[in-house]
Design a protein around this ligand. Sequence first.
Ligand code: HEM
Length: 204
Amino acid sequence: MTAAQTINARLRKLPIWPFYVIGLLPPFWYLYLGFTGGLGVEPIKALEHRLGLLGLQMLAATLMVTPIQRFTGVSLLRFRRMLGLIAFYYICMHLLAWLVLDVQRPAAILADIVKRPYVTIGMASFLMLAPLAITSTDGSIRRMGAMAWRRLHRLVYPAVILGAAHFILVRKGVQIEPLIYLGLFVLLLGVRTLPRTGRRRLAA
Ligand code: HEM
């Protein structure tokens, strides 16, 4: 038995639901920190930033599942839906923090979407991710057919590129952190387009 097969056998025994429970907690922890002075002098901004960043990081983790399997043989496929849904949950909380705690007034919300390019781009990314979350159930895959479902879920790539562009614009000026995320997403997209060898095709 190879190391990857041993790891896969252990991973198969792990239940998924505890990861959902753990994944639900960070926004509540950040809210608690916000109310108790743990998020600094601008708690609403800090909350928005932490949730946005966490969403982007979880999206990166979701997109790494396939390359990890391809290059190491370790299969995290069982966890991919959970990772993607938790990423979307953090992004919804990020959006909610902006809507409810930050801008608040409907007119200001619309004005921001139209006038601020980083908000427009963030919203476009969100609108691409929403149908992926909605169609993440086994029933949707059956109804749509595997091919159409897979085609729709390729939207995750433009969505994360837009997410990274949103991050670049939010930070203003040239900053290394958002560029690293953009580079990572371009790399993950590039890996997808690499031709597969026969052995790897069998492993995928
Ligand atoms: C749904 C529409 C979205 C809105 C309205 C929105 C709004 C915002 C706002 C207001 C900020 C803080 C800007 C400031 O400092 O003044 C922010 C930061 C951020 N957002 Fe979004 N966002 C959206 C979608 C997204 C999406 C889809 C992602 C990820 C895929 C994302 C990731 C981030 C990140 C990483 C940051 C910066 C965090 C940091 O600076 O540490 N946002 N967003």
